[in-house]
Design a protein. Structure first.
Length: 642
């Protein structure tokens, strides 16, 4: 993405390594790297193995053996470890013939053994034939000896021979398919070429086909033509943002247009899009909502019913007082652009490699911190008994996965491709923006910006690192510590929330077991997360504690109507129900301070988990605003947008 995402640095060029005369499809005898023997052990060396070159990188060659093992060998070690085999196909054919002969030899042993024991290979062995075989054998040796030979053949000799035949046949198959290794490697290269063509077609469609889906949702005066377009790095989520600016009384949107109206309100418009010209990406929600999850964000906010819209990305574009929405199926990732500028890419980098895949890049400073963490863990390990240390070597195993990004590593190409791939994926946004600048009135008036050039990118765009580089001060908010602090003042008569969620989960387990006993539903299917029995109102979303026990539990009481009329004249019309709930499952509303819910969203470190706690916090917010009362507002009440 312009100069800030350039990968050109001050690294050593891979051209410093002399490229050996290696071609894909060549065969080599490969010797393993020498391994230093442990103290008291003798040095051993494995025999060379035959490998085919399947890929030639910038500083390494990848060779695959007949048994599918694969190894990358750096050019600096290639001549020392690899010897060209010009007659590889003849050698492969000899291996096929040798294993076929071994199979025939083993089958001959089976025939010789069955003949010696007078065992007919005919599956329709008659009683007369069995009797004849027994007479034949007992005429030359005792019956007990013959029986022992038969038992040995059944339990040991024949099973071993059959396993050897199976292994020999597997070797025949292996060596017969070895000839396909070069062809498969070439097909893989062709797939990469096709993928490149598909990527180019996608870029053309992306540039030309998205402008028509732009919708204007707010009118006004556009920004000055000299104003840059600020790109907000973090991807926002509609449900979280609405609850971050929650107003007592609730938010429940039924369609996208309702959310557009909420975005167009002056307070939300300026808070979420704080610059005269800026772009922010939205998705509906971070995590999928359970269908029967009644004490969840669906109780307070449900923006769109169709699950397919959860996968779409909505770009909200501000131009002065104007606001536009662009809907696209392109997933730009959790960040609209990567945290990779020239300074980071020009510094020393380390890559985490797992199963030959690059998982992440870290700087030299981050690697030093990992090294310090490893040193601390090793000090802890030294204090443990030797028999327990293997359980605690996670840091060592993770640290060993990091390799330095330089031409000396055989993963140099993979790391380079990883960086380029991230940049390419995030550069899709540049295609979208250039299409908007060229083919739509969204950012008019503006200079004739060309985002493909260094100057054009710098003059038109500014990257706002509001995610990867968001500043946080102090410790991150701890919800459970917050709950514990509020619940310290629990007593009889305290108003709480959370007890209904606990009760419905308990009832769901009972109902699932009941259905399983009746065989109505398989135990693994249609299981309920929450369940409210018919006619049972439960403790209520907001309820008062009847008793607070020393066991840190709260007791709740309520009445439910009798299901059937009783013949007794003195029978009560309602049953008294009691429920004991651990204090760790409820929140003391009396101790809640209005506005407390915002602290968990404001900190980016806890934002992803915010919606887990929002149901409790926002019920408390409504209660203090007078919008809810004890037993007065139930989960089925609709919460309409303000």
């Amino acid at each position: 993405m312009g100069t800030e995402l350039s990968t050109q640095g001050q690294r050593v060029s891979v051209d410093e390594f002399a490229l050996p005369d290696i071609c894909r499809g060549q065969w080599y005898w490969v010797t393993d790297e020498p391994v230093e023997p442990e103290e008291g052990e003798e040095a051993t060396a494995n025999p060379p193995w035959l490998g085919c070159v399947t890929h030639v990188g910038s500083n390494y060659a990848e060779l695959r053996s007949a048994h599918s093992s694969c190894e990358r060998i750096h050019f600096t070690h290639f001549d020392k470890r690899c010897t060209l085999e010009p007659n590889a196909l003849q050698y492969i054919d000899r291996q096929v013939v040798a294993n076929q002969r071994e199979t025939l030899r083993l089958m001959g042993q089976v025939r010789e053994l069955t003949t010696r024991l007078a065992i007919s290979p005919d599956r329709t062995l008659t009683q007369e034939a069995s009797n004849a075989a027994l007479v034949l054998r007992t005429g030359s040796q005792p019956v007990e000896g013959y029986k022992k030979e038969l038992v040995l053949a059944k339990e040991k000799t024949l099973p071993d021979l059959f396993k050897a035949i199976e292994a020999s046949n597997a070797e025949v198959k292996t060596w017969m398919t070895v000839r396909l290794i070069p062809t498969k490697a070439e097909v893989a290269e062709l797939h990469e070429s096709v993928a490149g063509i598909e990527e180019r077609i996608f870029h053309v469609e992306l540039y030309a086909g998205l402008v028509e889906s732009v919708v204007q949702i707010r009118k006004g005066k556009p920004a000055a033509d000299s104003e840059k377009i600020r790109l907000m790095q973090r991807r926002a989520y509609m449900d979280e943002e609405c609850l971050a600016n929650y107003e007592a009384g609730g938010m429940r949107f039924k369609d996208l247009k309702a959310f557009d109206r909420w975005m167009a309100r002056p307070d939300n418009f300026k808070r979420i899009l704080p610059f005269p010209r800026c772009v922010i990406a939205f998705q509906v929600r971070r995590n999928r909502v359970e269908e029967d999850d009644v004490v969840s964000i669906s109780e307070f906010f449900r923006i769109i019913e169709q699950e397919k819209l959860d996968k779409l990305t909505f770009l909200y574009l501000r131009n002065g007082a104007e606001l536009y929405r662009l809907e696209t199926a392109v997933d730009f990732g959790a960040q609209l652009f990567p945290d990779m500028d020239r300074r980071k890419l020009d510094s020393k980098l380390w890559a985490k490699i797992h199963f030959d895949e690059v998982q992440e890049l870290i700087t030299e400073g981050q690697h030093e911190q990992l090294l310090e963490d490893l040193r601390i863990e090793q000090e802890k390990l030294a204090k443990l008994p030797e028999k327990d240390r293997w359980h605690h070597r996670r840091y060592e195993r993770e640290f060993e996965k990091y390799v330095f990004f330089s031409p000396e590593t055989v993963y140099h190409d993979d790391i380079t491709a990883y960086v380029q791939r991230q940049i390419k994926e995030h550069n899709r946004l540049v295609l979208v923006l250039q299409g908007l600048l060229d083919r739509s009135p969204v950012f008019l008036p503006h200079p004739p910006w060309s985002l493909w050039t260094q100057d054009g990118f710098t003059n038109a765009l500014e990257l706002i690192y509001d995610d990867a580089r968001a500043l946080t001060v102090g410790d991150q908010p701890d919800f459970e510590a917050y709950r514990t602090r509020l619940n310290a003042s629990l007593k009889a008569g305290s108003v709480t929330v959370g007890q209904e969620d606990f009760w419905e989960r308990v009832e769901a387990r009972k109902e699932n077991e009941r259905r399983a006993r009746r065989g109505r539903y398989p135990r693994s299917e249609y299981s309920l997360t929450r369940y409210s029995p018919y006619g049972n109102p439960g403790p209520g979303t907001i309820a008062q504690v009847v008793r607070h026990l020393r066991t840190k539990s709260c007791v709740y009481e309520w009445h439910r109507p009798r299901a059937r009329d009783s013949w007794r004249s003195d029978a009560e019309a309602h049953y008294l129900c009691k429920l004991k709930v651990p204090a760790s499952k409820v929140l003391n509303i009396d101790a809640y301070t209005p506005g407390d819910f915002r602290q968990f969203f404001a900190d980016p470190r806890t934002r992803a988990e915010y919606l887990k706690w929002a149901p409790l916090l926002l019920v408390a917010e409504d209660y203090h605003a007078g919008k809810r009362t004890v037993g007065g507002t139930k989960k089925n009440d609709k919460l309409e947008p303000s």
